[in-house]
Design a protein around this ligand. Structure first.
Ligand SMILES: *Cc1c(COP(=O)(O)O)cnc(C)c1O
Length: 318
């Protein structure tokens, strides 16, 4: 497991490699949720998502390696490419065919190789394993690694330093590195805080695994929340158990609910986020998430969405 001490050490290690991102109130969502709602604007992080925290912490702890590699739906790969460049290491990022072109372009722009392999996150991960086995690369996985989880946990420390009386944190959930780290940090500081995970209905691997009582595979489907796609790994070591033990509620959203969250954040709060980051707002609008017991923080986890796609969603009516 990952401890508060690990997360505090990560915060000290990556200070200077990442930005402290803004926390701001959302008057419109507060009205709908029956209590104060705050937006933790992590989509303003360097590389556009919280993943830079975990990737920077993990990369900064490596010894001598030929380079770094990973499999990623996009944001982790981009983050690792950025961290590798800062450390002067080559990076090969293995991605599945579902990953949007804008995310591949962003990896190229950071001087890393984006290698498109297979139809699923799991197949891309096999290629990263091969590079580790045969070519001396260090594999930095997207979520199931203690240094990655500790790095993501710094977002929990930072959020509570900005809003110490937060009663609940709403956290986009895929492989669970973000939720595990943030929940470990937040519950260490404030044992009574509620941790709410939110995934899409289409292909939610952690939700299916928790229901089964062990990691299971789900079919990977296209979703507006593309950063929430992918499996948790049948050999999951850390995030399954941490999510099971630390998460209080799990909410699933339809594609239409995610889209309305994205539209609301753009129109009412002036924040351009990707689908994965819109789930908190979507859950409030759908009547699935309330803020009656005190301040509710929505983690806006990333903003890497193709501008044309964002505009098209804004143009749709519900
Ligand atoms: C990776 C990612 C998530 C989910 O994080 P996990 O650690 O896999 O649960 C949520 N939002 C965005 C924008 C992401 O890139």
């Amino acid at each position: 497991m990952v401890t508060r001490e690990d997360i505090e050490a990560a915060a000290a290690r990556i200070d200077g490699m990442i930005r402290r991102t803004p926390m701001k109130p959302s008057p419109s969502l507060s009205g709908l949720a029956g209590g104060p709602v705050w937006l933790k604007c992590e989509h303003h992080q360097e590389t556009g998502a919280f993943k830079l925290r975990g990737a920077s912490n993990a990369a900064a702890r490596l010894g001598k390696v030929a380079g770094v590699t990973t499999a990623s739906t996009g944001n982790h790969g981009r983050a690792l490419a950025h961290a590798a460049r800062q450390l002067g290491l080559p990076a090969v990022i293995c991605v599945s065919r579902l990953v949007p072109q804008n995310k591949l372009d962003a990896i190229d722009a950071l001087g890393a190789e984006a290698r498109v392999i297979g139809a699923s996150q799991d197949e891309a991960f096999e290629e990263a394993r091969r590079l580790e086995r045969e070519e001396g690369f260090a594999l930095v996985p997207p979520f199931d690694h203690p240094d990655v989880i500790a790095g993501q946990g710094t977002l929990g420390l930072e959020s509570l330093s900005q809003l110490p009386d937060a009663a609940a944190l709403a956290i986009p959930l895929s492989g669970g590195g973000l939720l595990a780290g943030v929940a470990a940090a937040a519950k260490a500081l404030r044992p009574d805080i509620r941790i709410v995970g939110i995934s899409m209905e289409r292909g939610a691997a952690m939700a299916a695994s928790l229901a089964a009582g062990h990691p299971v595979e789900v079919e990977e489907l296209e979703t507006l929340a593309d950063s929430l796609g992918g499996g948790i790994g049948l050999d999951n070591r850390l995030t399954f158990a941490m999510c099971r033990d630390l998460m209080d509620d799990l909410i699933l959203l339809t594609e239409a609910e995610i889209a309305s969250g994205l539209r609301h954040l753009a129109r009412k709060d002036g924040e351009v986020v990707e689908g994965a980051a819109a789930v908190g707002a979507g859950a409030i609008l759908a009547g699935k998430l309330r803020a009656e017991n005190g301040p509710l923080v929505l983690l806006l986890s990333g903003g890497n969405i193709d501008p044309a796609r964002h505009a098209a969603i804004l143009g749709e009516e519900t």
